[in-house]
Structure formats: C-alpha cells, structure tokens
Design a protein around this ligand. Structure first.
Ligand code: ADP
Ligand code: MG
Length: 249
C-alpha cells in the first residue's frame, strides 16, 4: 500500500510553487521532506490532504486517485491549532468526537503520560507553554485513529531539550504502534534520527533534488549520532540544502 504523488504541479495564482514533483511512501515507512523555508512543503500537504487540487499530475493512495479528497490522513499543521475553550483532554478527544467515536478517558491519560503531560489534562491551552501546546496537538493527531500521518514540522517550536525528548518519544512510540509517517522538517539531524528515507527538496518551484535511504537501523540511530558515518551523511545533506556555503569554505 502506497501514497504516490505523481508529477504534481501547483501555483498560487501566477506564482509557481510546485513543479513536476513525484514522491512515494509505502505503508510503515517514515519519510522526511526537507527543504528551504517557503519552498512549498506545507502546500504539498494541503494537496495530499485534499484541501487544494494540483494543476497537473495525480495523487494516489492505495491505488486510487485521492485528488480533492479529505479525511484520509491525520494531519498536524505547522501551527498548533488548539481550541482555546477546550481543555487539553477535550482537545485530544476531538478527532474521536468528530468521527462519533468516543476516545476513552484512560486512553487519553495514557497518551498524556507518554508525552509527559500527565497533570495537564484539565488545563486550557493558554495555561501551557508553546512546547506543551505542540505536544497536545501532536497527541490529538495520534488520537485521530488514522494510521497514516502528515506531520508538518511537529517539533519546530520546541526548545532543543524538549525537542530531543520528543524525538526519542516518537521513535519509541513507533516501535509499539505501526504508523506511516510523512514528516516535514528543516532539521537535518531530526530527519536522520527518525526517517527511513529522506527527500531533499529545492527552493520554489519545489522539485525533488535528491532522495536518500538512511543507512542506519531503527535501533542504532540514536547511538550513531555524531559518529563518522553520521557526520559524513549530515554534511552531505547540508551541502545539498545549502549549496552556496561551498564557496565560503
Ligand atoms: P514551506 O512550508 O515550504 O515553508 P509554504 O507551502 O508554506 O512553504 O509556502 C510556499 C510559498 O507559497 C511561500 O512563498 C508562501 O508565501 C506562498 N503561499 C503560501 N500560501 C499562500 C496562499 N494562500 N496564497 C498565495 N501564496 C501563498
Ligand atoms: Mg511550512
């Protein structure tokens, strides 16, 4: 089972954003998209999520075109969009409510515990730090019950320590729960730690520049960070992303 973006082109009015872009992701994979800010990554998620339609090309899931179709994927937007009048628990339960499927209070409690938010269930978003809000938005995405997730820079607003903690947490969680994840990040380290494959994207109009399979096993990634092999690959990705810096050496 696959999600396939095939030769997609997209423009906002006359501004070309995505040009002949093709990517694919198979069930169970963790694939990262890494590219310059403003290149069109979030826009690609709007197309995959059916919020907008490509001008050309096709998006297929499980062998069928899903252009313009919503509701196939759990989606976490770049901005944590929590409902201010709902408590943390009520925010996390929302996807279930929308699908007329009640998420058990115990299940929410388990998720909160996993994200280090055990005591935050009855608090309102404005009572939380930005990092905590982002974790709640993340839990809400997980609680949607969808196996395929589109995560748009989910850890972007977190401080470095919390970010590392969340990366480890997600890594551990994925060993327990089978999910398929398409993940936007601007962090090379994060992409290397979490992904099976990485697409390096160009600036606008966005295309695939390079694609790599991460040569580290699921179990060894965190311990390999900083090793020679790791650094070589990190540097390679950095050069692909920031070609201009080659002139500065
Ligand atoms: P990224 O997620 O890679 O940072 P975006 O997909 O958010 O990039 O945006 C790509 C480009 O499209 C940016 O230049 C942005 O200003 C522009 N853009 C985003 N949304 C709209 C819109 N609704 N109308 C016109 N231009 C937009
Ligand atoms: Mg974006």
């Amino acid at each position: 089972m696959k999600l396939e973006v095939k030769n997609v082109c997209f423009a906002y009015d006359s501004l070309p954003i995505i040009k002949d872009l093709s990517i694919s992701i198979s069930q169970g994979e963790f694939v990262s998209l890494i590219g310059p800010s403003g290149s069109g990554k979030s826009t690609l998620f709007y197309l995959i999520g059916g919020l907008m339609k490509p001008a050309q090309g096709d998006i297929a899931w499980k062998g069928q075109s899903i252009v313009g179709q919503r509701g196939n994927f759990a989606y976490m937007p770049q901005q944590p969009s929590l409902f201010p009048w709902r408590t943390v628990t009520e925010n996390i339960s929302l996807p279930g409510e929308l699908q007329h499927r009640k998420i058990a209070a115990e299940q929410v409690q388990i998720y909160l515990k996993k994200a280090g938010l055990t005591d935050a269930g009855n608090r309102y978003p404005h009572e939380l730090s930005g990092g905590m809000q982002q974790r709640v938005a993340f839990l809400r995405t997980l609680a949607s019950g969808q196996d395929w997730l589109l995560l748009d820079e989910p850890f972007g607003a977190l401080d470095a320590l919390t970010r590392t903690h969340m990366q480890k947490w997600l890594h551990t969680l994925l060993k327990q729960e089978q999910r398929t994840i398409l993940f936007i990040t601007h962090s090379i380290e994060e992409a290397l730690l979490l992904s099976d494959r990485i697409y390096v994207l160009t600036d606008r109009p966005m295309q695939v520049y390079k694609e790599i399979t991460v040569p580290f096993s699921q179990t060894s990634r965190f311990s390999l960070r900083g090793s020679k092999k790791w650094e070589t690959l990190r540097k390679q990705l950095e050069d692909w992303l920031l070609p201009d810096t080659a002139f500065m050496n």
